[in-house]
Structure formats: structure tokens, C-alpha cells
Design a protein around this ligand. Structure first.
Ligand SMILES: [Zn+2]
Length: 657
């Protein structure tokens, strides 16, 4: 111990239990402690991107979410604290926003801050979503949080003075643990339409600021910990945590956030961990520090995401925050309008049921659900064309009250709306990109199926123009007869297209548009109220007088080979009886990944067959017609070399009637 004075001073201001301080003082003063082999174990615990999840409940859909919530995280924290009292508890931001958290913004202490205080959080690194509201709201949250709030790369505008602390140093049995916090510096871009949210502040680059802090901390720590609201990769020109670890191996571990990844890794000897979002897991790092002479050295760092799914919620937390849950559920059930009749009559294409077990109707034909989303998007962006995907295969609006939560059923994600200029040529490319979702028709197919490598949310359906999707063609060459106001799409003309913010990113990635082509951004204009979900409600209330009628214009259809209707009905019957299932992708994420093929079903013995004896004067097409088949299929089925050559007495295989 080189500096007792410094030690005592630190004891008085850092968070160390007094019992610890006394033990350490006594043993050290008598000089019989700190043998060479002495080790200190420190556990660091982290949450990130909680986005307003106290209870394990998603209020947009009013459904419980067993992978979420501080109430479950608290159970894990109590376990970890019982196992090791040398703990630091950190939250890395995007905390007081989303999941109806804004209902409580006027409360003196926001429930999310109240929860963090109850749970005894030591550090809170603010995230970008903390800036979604007026700056005074964030200031109140910072003031009322009882731990240390960090943000190394946030400065008072035009000065070298930081707005918040860059780091905090904790001590455990003499081991000094420095925790550095940082956020993605793009706040001015993301909050461009509301500069008052970050008034008087400026933000510096993550890599350069890390270098600065590491230099400032030199000689002050034994363990260096990052608490970054930043994912593995950067974007918009700033570096992510992997690049930071590459440049600064001084870190022992960096806790991450922002990208919502379920992630552990090691880069350049630095352990990295991100615990997903909403409380999917408690991020943990078990750090073993060994004393070598006068220095403490980190012997090992083990990182692990402890998932919240298997644990029960903490009873005390449930009790304390019941008022938040009750008020949020009530809000989700607020009636915003009336639905005059079901938007999709037969959500499952084969069974007609609400539950999708075979194929979703809404990815095989135009529906009132997709048309409503596209109508809303075109209304606010004043676009010519709009695209929307079916995020939830069972999406529907059912006759009756239209409640706030119902909109999340047809629009699962909190996306915002973008209007973008695009040439006819690039619009067609985008439509082709989307239509690659379908598998190419093969001889004998009775159904249209989906490419298992493409997620369903990447299949966009378009409004504002008419078109066909010919699935007998290969991907990239399927969109036909595109007409805008009855006229052929002009390749060189610029059209206004409405998409969600994610698809705007996709289109930039595909180099079909640039950032300069964006002419409308609902987030810039309305922030959280500019979410497509909220716009659907706004449109219903303000433009439709609260009355939603299912309207579908059938502006597109799947074309190509005529499916054998008789055989198709036979096979659908087998599916309904449970004798045949529609295959799902191995990972379970894409339904209907393989077409039901007549020829294969016959070969597998799933379609019962008879033999037919050819009589004189028979022709193959006539026989085929009797069985609801095409002559080509019948010829294939019987492996006929020459379909024109039928010999009386010859036996051929036909479907059993
Ligand atoms: Zn987040």
C-alpha cells in the first residue's frame, strides 16, 4: 500500500460498505494480511436497453414477455450479490423511454429511475434515447438517480468541460476498479428536428474520447471497465466497441448496449458483453484479481449473460411497481376507434384459422391490413407508392373496438416513416428484391412457398401501383405489368416512395437511394409520436373519424402457372385433416418453406392413385382433364417419353377420384 492517505480519502467518498473498510484497515494496520497469493473477486453486473421494461410486459401489445423486465433482473441481481458482495451494478442506457414509460414523465422521480434506485444501481451510462424528450426531463432523471451518471463524450458546447462524469472509481479490498461510460455521438443527427433536446451540448467520437479517458485514468486503476452505450460495430462514422477494444487493450471488459445484441466476445484480450434488450439477460463479468507484490493484476475475466427467462420476478419489485403496470395496461386498452368487420377473413390460407399453421394469406394476396398500413404511409408522406411487410403472420384487425394495443398486432415494430425519392428503375429493382421471397415454381407444385433464407419481414407488398409477381420466373425477374395510374412505370421518372426507417436503410444499402433522396422523416417531425403505429392511430382518429372499414384494392397478384385446383383442394384437405403439414424452416422462423408438390406427394404415397387402362381413341389431355390435371403433369407422373403415343391396353397412373 503505497498511499494510505489516498486510500482513506477514497474510502470516505466511494461506495464501499463500512464493514469492508474496517476489515481492510485492521488487517493492513497490523501488517499480516496481503500474502502473495491473495486474490480478490469482483463481480460486475449490467443491464442495457431496458426501454421502459420494469414488469415483464409489453404494453404495446398488452402481452407478457418472459424474456424481459427489471422485476426478473432483480432476482438475478440478488443471487449474484449473495454470492459475492464485491459487486458493481451498471445500466448502459436507453432506459427511460418506450413501453409506455412516457406516461410517467411528469412524475417527480420517473419509475425507471425509482426502480434503479430501489435496486441500488451504482452507475448509469445514458443512451441516445434518453435524449428523445426535453432536456429538462433528462436533467431530472440524472438528478434523481442515486448512483453516478456517466457520459465521457458529452461536453458543454464550445468548452472542454464535460456535462457528466467520464468515469467512476470503485474500490474492493484495495483493488481499484475504474468504470468509463460513453454514448453514440449521433444525438444531433437523431434529434435533428428537436435541437432543444440536446441544447448546449456537443458529443465527441467514441475512439478519440476513449483515448483521452484512458490517458486521464493512467495509474488510477487496477481494473478498467467500459460501460458503453455502443454495440460491436459503429455506424454513421463513429467506431463501435470492437474497434475500441482493438485500439485500447487496457480494458479488461467492456459492457455494451445500443445494438440490442445478445453478444459475448473477446477482442485483443478485452472481454466484450452485451445483454440483448429489455432485460433478456443480466450481463456479468467475474473478475479475479491477484496481488503481485505491490500491484494488483487481473488474473481472469469471465463474461456471461444470465438469462432472465428461467427466473421468477422479485415479489418486492412487483409490489412497488404495480401502479406502473396497472396504469400502462389501462392505457394499452384505451379505445381509439371502431372496426366494422374483420380485416382478414381467413388469416391462414388453408385452414382459415386466426392461428397461422400453414401459410399466411397476407403474403399470398393483397389484404386490407397491408393496404391500411400503406394508406397511412402514403397519407403522411404524400407519396405515390408505399410498401409494407407483414411483421406478424397472424396480423389482423377484428370487428369491434379498436384499442391502442390492437395496432401493435398489425405493426409489431416501433418503426418510423420515411418518404424517399426513387427512380422507376430502382423502384422495380426494389420490388424484385422483395419478390425474391418466393421460391420459384416447379413442375407439379400445388402451392406458392417462401425462401427459408429470407425473413418474412423482408417481404414488402406495394400500394399505389398495380403489378404481378410471376413465380415461374427466377428471382430478379418476377415483377411484371407494373402500372402507375394505368400507365407503365417510367424507368427514368422519379417517384415518391413511403417506407419505414429500416427499409430506408435497406434501400441505401442496396444503393437504390441515397440519404439525400429522403424528403420526409416522421421521427424528425414528431419523434416517438412519429412511429408508424402511432400514425395508424392518428390517421384512424383524425382522418377516418375513428371508423375503420376493411378495404382491399387487390392491386397485385401472384401469377405464373395455373395451380391444379382439383389436386390442390385434395391436398389442402389432407392438410386440414392433419395428414400433411406445410414445412417450416429449420430455425422455425419462416413458415411454408417448401411447396407441396403433386408429383412428390404421389411418389411418397400421400396421394392415393389408381391405374387407368387406355382405350382406343384416348388422348392424354382428355384423360388428364378428367382428373383435373394438366397433360404435362400426367406425362411427367408416368415418365412418358412420348405423350402422343398412347397404346390401347396401356396402364397409366392417375389420381384416385
Ligand atoms: Zn436501445
Amino acid at each position: 500500500m503505497e498511499n494510505w492517505g489516498g486510500f482513506l480519502m477514497k474510502f470516505s467518498k466511494k461506495k464501499i460498505s463500512s464493514m469492508f473498510a474496517v476489515t481492510l484497515l485492521v488487517t493492513s494496520a497490523f501488517g499480516f494480511s496481503f500474502a502473495d497469493s491473495e486474490t480478490v473477486n469482483i463481480t460486475i453486473l449490467q443491464t442495457s436497453d431496458m426501454h421502459g421494461r420494469i414488469y415483464s410486459h409489453d404494453y404495446a401489445t398488452d402481452s407478457s414477455d418472459s424474456d424481459a423486465g427489471l422485476v426478473k433482473i432483480q432476482t438475478l441481481i440478488k443471487q449474484e450479490r449473495a454470492a459475492n458482495e464485491n459487486t458493481i451494478l451498471i445500466d448502459t442506457g436507453d432506459t427511460v423511454q418506450d413501453n409506455s414509460a412516457e406516461l410517467f414523465n411528469d412524475q417527480p422521480v420517473h419509475p425507471m429511475i425509482q426502480a434503479m434506485n430501489e435496486m441500488d444501481y451504482d452507475v448509469w451510462t445514458i443512451g441516445n434515447h434518453e435524449f428523445n424528450f426535453e432536456k429538462s426531463f433528462l436533467e431530472k432523471n440524472i438528478e434523481t438517480f442515486e448512483g453516478t451518471v456517466l457520459s465521457a463524450n458529452t461536453y458543454k458546447e464550445g468548452t472542454d468541460e464535460r456535462w457528466l462524469d467520464a468515469y467512476e472509481i470503485f474500490e474492493f479490498e484495495g483493488v481499484r476498479v475504474a468504470v468509463v461510460g460513453m454514448l453514440p455521438p449521433n444525438i444531433p443527427l437523431w434529434e435533428a428536428s428537436a435541437p432543444s433536446h440536446f441544447e448546449g451540448l456537443e458529443f465527441t467520437g467514441t475512439l478519440e474520447e476513449t483515448g483521452k479517458v484512458v490517458a486521464e485514468l493512467e495509474g488510477k486503476y487496477d481494473v478498467l471497465v467500459g460501460a458503453y452505450h455502443l454495440g460491436p460495430e459503429g455506424d454513421h462514422g463513429f467506431e463501435g466497441v470492437e474497434a475500441i477494444a482493438e485500439a485500447y487493450p487496457q480494458f479488461d471488459v467492456i459492457f455494451m448496449g445500443h445494438s440490442h445484441s445478445k453478444y459475448t466476445n473477446e477482442v485483443n484480450g478485452v472481454k466484450l458483453i452485451e445483454p440483448g434488450k429489455y432485460g433478456w439477460a443480466l450481463g456479468t463479468a467475474d473478475i479475479e484479481v491477484v496481488k503481485n507484490g505491490d500491484v494488483y493484476e487481473v488474473a481472469s475475466v469471465e463474461v456471461e449473460n444470465l438469462e432472465s427467462k428461467p427466473v421468477d420476478a422479485d415479489e418486492e419489485m412487483l409490489e412497488t411497481f404495480k401502479y406502473v403496470h396497472d396504469q400502462s395496461v389501462a392505457d394499452a386498452n384505451t379505445i381509439v376507434g371502431k372496426i366494422t368487420s374483420d380485416f382478414i377473413a381467413t388469416p391462414d390460407y388453408i385452414t382459415g384459422e386466426d392461428d397461422i399453421t400453414t401459410m399466411p394469406t397476407a403474403q399470398l394476396e393483397d389484404t386490407a391490413v397491408i393496404d391500411l398500413i400503406n394508406d397511412v404511409q402514403m397519407f403522411y408522406t404524400k407519396a405515390d407508392v408505399s410498401s409494407a411487410a407483414l411483421f406478424n403472420l397472424g396480423s389482423n384487425l377484428k370487428e369491434g373496438d379498436f384499442k391502442k394495443k390492437d395496432v401493435a398486432f398489425i405493426y409489431k415494430y416501433p418503426n418510423t416513416l420515411v418518404g424517399v425519392n426513387i427512380t422507376g428503375e430502382n423502384l422495380k429493382k426494389y420490388m424484385e428484391w422483395s419478390a425474391s421471397y418466393y421460391n420459384t415454381y416447379e413442375e407439379g407444385d400445388l402451392t406458392v412457398s417462401f425462401n427459408p433464407d429470407i425473413r418474412g419481414y423482408n417481404y414488402d407488398m406495394f400500394s399505389g401501383l398495380t403489378y404481378d409477381v410471376d413465380v415461374t420466373e427466377e428471382a430478379g425477374n418476377r415483377i411484371e405489368n407494373i402500372k402507375f395510374n394505368g400507365q407503365a412505370l417510367e424507368m427514368n421518372k422519379v417517384y415518391k416512395l413511403a417506407v419505414n426507417n429500416y427499409r430506408f436503410g435497406t434501400l441505401m444499402g442496396l444503393e437504390l437511394v441515397t440519404v439525400d433522396d429522403k424528403y420526409y422523416d416522421s421521427y424528425d417531425l414528431m419523434q416517438d409520436a412519429g412511429r408508424i403505429r402511432d400514425l395508424i392511430i392518428k390517421y384512424t382518429v383524425e382522418e377516418k373519424g375513428g371508423i375503420l372499414n376493411p378495404e382491399v384494392d387487390n392491386n397485385w397478384e401472384i401469377t405464373g402457372d395455373d395451380f391444379n385446383k382439383i389436386m390442390q383442394e385434395k391436398v389442402f384437405g389432407l392438410v386440414r385433416e392433419g395428414k400433411l403439414t406445410i414445412p417450416t424452416s429449420e430455425d422455425g422462423r419462416t413458415s411454408n418453406v417448401e411447396a407441396l408438390n403433386m408429383n412428390e406427394l404421389i411418389k411418397e404415397g400421400l396421394l392415393s392413385m389408381n391405374t387407368y387402362t387406355v382405350r382406343s381413341g384416348d388422348m392424354l389431355w382428355k384423360i388428364a382433364k378428367t382428373y383435373g390435371m394438366k397433360w404435362e403433369d400426367l406425362a411427367n407422373l408416368n415418365e412418358m417419353a412420348d405423350p402422343n403415343l398412347l397404346v390401347p391396353g396401356q396402364e397409366i397412373i392417375v389420381p384416385a377420384q
